[in-house]
Ligand binder design. Structure first.
Ligand code: FES
Ligand code: FES
Length: 220
């Protein structure tokens, strides 16, 4: 695999003292932000669980760093980081792919779902080491395939309300359609109820999945 230009540059430009400084700043932010934003934002319109976010973030990336090869949305990366760092932070912080959202940071809500080798995984509890040599697909990768039937169906059924959970819903629906090209209502409900939508868009999600299942090129 070839390192992307950006990662190669970051790897060579981050000396040890910068890592130390970064670690210090992370911990300082964690303490301050947790104090101020300790309560969960329930409306879901801003980054929720901000306090937990920073604690989670501060605790990641503290171990010995290794170079790990991974392909993300069709691009090969050589990522030098703590192998225990959750994939979520690699996507959002290192690669600036912020379409993948977060909420519980404990594998419960499904909002951070991405596909690894075609399987849905929760990026907040998936260590970087476990995706070494794998293909990762995020909502950005799906959106780059022009007019994907699932995205068209989502728009046609006007699924999103606040929109926060929708990347996780769409990636979960994609995996469902790849596994079961014409899913029943029961299959859809069983799968999609695992991804928390505070706005209650499940009826529209179900219609959108049926629409995508009947469209040409579905689930590809
Ligand atoms: S943020 Fe809830 S499962 Fe990852
Ligand atoms: S949480 Fe608002 S659309 Fe799902």
């Amino acid at each position: 695999m070839q390192a992307s230009g950006q990662d190669a540059q970051r790897t060579s430009e981050r000396p040890a003292f910068m890592e130390l400084a970064q670690s210090f700043v992370r911990r300082a932010i964690a303490v301050c932000t947790t104090t101020v934003h300790g309560a969960v934002c329930w409306c879901g319109t801003v980054e929720p669980s901000e306090g937990r976010l920073y604690l989670h973030w501060a605790r990641s990336g503290q171990g010995e760093r290794r170079v790990i090869a991974v392909r993300i949305n069709g691009t090969d990366h050589q990522l030098r980081d703590d192998p225990a760092t959750p994939l979520l932070w690699i996507l959002r912080d290192r690669l600036e792919l912020r379409g993948t959202k977060f909420n519980c940071l404990s594998g419960q809500c499904g909002v951070c779902t991405v596909l690894v080798a075609g399987q849905p995984v929760r990026a907040c509890v998936t260590p970087l080491s476990s995706v070494a040599g794998q293909d990762v697909l995020t909502i950005e990768g799906l959106a780059s395939s022009d007019g994907h039937p699932l995205l068209r169906a989502w728009l046609a059924e006007r699924v999103p309300q606040c929109g926060y959970c929708q990347p996780g819903q769409i990636m979960t629906a994609l995996a469902l359609l790849q596994r079961s090209p014409r899913p029943s209502d029961a299959e859809i409900d069983a799968t999609m109820s695992g991804v928390l939508c505070r706005c209650g868009t499940y009826q529209r999600i179900r219609r959108a999945i049926h629409r995508a299942a009947n469209a040409p090129g579905k689930g590809s």
